[in-house]
Write a protein that binds this ligand. Structure first.
Ligand code: FES
Length: 144
């Protein structure tokens, strides 16, 4: 298990987290290459099914990253995303997976360091938890 490298999906708001991720490059900061970004116009566009589908397709963990509280350009998108992440956590628990595999973070476009920290935190958490057990079942099913 020591060489396990998790696959993490990050649903990032274009107004903040996506720009923050971009900023890490300009700041010469690194974040784990395990994190693959999907850009959304607002965190409010994140749907519960997106994360569940990512897990079904083999992701080991995921995050949503949206604007700071009170700063969503569409008013409450980040709050909607928080509700949906709670729902994802509940569903993962029902499926027997650890809810720590998903999280939500808030940041501004100037918070490159915070993006790198969030990406590192979720990668380390999921690395400790191990591979997504659903992925293993899918691989076994496909071998038959
Ligand atoms: Fe960033 Fe809504 S515009 S969370």
């Amino acid at each position: 298990m020591s060489n396990f490298e998790p696959e993490i999906i990050a649903f990032c708001c274009n107004q903040c987290a996506y720009a923050a991720a971009d900023l890490t490059g300009s700041m010469r900061m690194n974040y784990p290459p395990n994190v693959k970004i999907i850009k959304l116009p607002c965190a409010g566009k994140f749907e519960t099914i997106y994360m569940l589908k990512a897990f079904e397709m083999g992701a080991d963990g995921g995050i949503v990253a949206g604007c700071l509280e009170g700063c969503c350009h569409y008013r409450t998108g980040n709050l909607q995303a928080a509700k949906r992440i709670k729902q994802v956590k509940r569903i993962l628990k029902e499926l027997g997976l650890e809810e720590e595999r998903v999280d939500i973070f808030y940041m501004s476009s100037a918070m490159g360091r915070e993006f790198a920290e969030a990406a590192t935190k979720i990668t380390e958490t999921v690395r400790k938890l191990g591979p997504n057990p659903i992925k293993r079942k899918i691989k076994l099913k496909n071998k038959k």
